[in-house]
Ligand binder design. Sequence first.
Ligand SMILES: [Fe+2]
Length: 337
Amino acid sequence: MITLLSHLSYVAITAPDVEKSVKFYEEHVGLDVVDRVGEDVYLRCWGDYYRYSVVVKPGSEPSLATMAWRTTSAEALDEAVCRIEAKGIAGEWVDLQAFGKGYTFVGPWGHSMTLHWDVEHYRAEANASIYPDRPGRRSRHLGAPRQLDHVTIAASDVDAFAAWYNEVLGFRIMARTVLDEAPLSVFSVLTTNEKSHDLGVVLDGSTRAGRVNHYAFWVDTREDLLQAADVLMENGTPMEYGPSIHGIGEQNFLYFREPSSLRIEMNTGGYRNYVPDWEPNTWKPSLGSNNFYRNSAMPMSMTESFPAADGPSATEEGVPDEIRDALLNPYAQHGRG
Ligand SMILES: [Fe+2]
């Protein structure tokens, strides 16, 4: 298969109070608003190469409206659409704000994905950088992310989700986490490029399809990450988890919530992997898949995905008691998170 996708280009999220969320992104994270169209607000990190990377839309609950990948060419977009429709999925062509045409479809686990080749390359006018490769001047906001990094969704079958996106769109499957207690996949990472992942998937124990666990920004250095944590803490945003290092991918991470309650991650570091026939390794939480140092426990709140789940948990039904706790939070035991 030719390489179809190049990288995650933007995420569109919903928020019950768009202006409250936008104010948070501007004042606490360090993003800039570039466009307002109706009630939708388009934002960017200072180093994003295209016009926007985050869209905040009105919605009754926090959720992922769509996650967008740029294809490698116009031809790759057509090929991707053929491959999606050959799987019996009918998407639609849409006009994307400032970019051009895109193709949006809902995948087998209920997640909207938008593919596009057209973009608007960003070049700041009033705030131009003194360095030619930068789309705009570095932010004055301490710890402001340079660019969008990845998105992690929730699906009821982690391995089947990874296999579908690998087969249809060519995502490389980089690693997976299986419970210590039972051969059940709870996490996997996929990538379209040299990063360990630009798409993650966590096991969703609910009956609600199409949920998201978090999306992530990138900062240049661990010092930037620690300064971001400091600035957020000093200004009223608690650290939900981290700063620490993931075993899988080896990224430094921190997690916090935006006003809608949606979880945001910041990353830096991590390995680069160019191996085209990489065979994904299977980790267990006890090996440090989530926490490289194997010296803490992940808070239960981290298992919340968005929107909130309704009704009983599908995967809890019929699950033996001894793995029920591990299913709810595979990293709850000290040393695993
Ligand atoms: Fe992540």
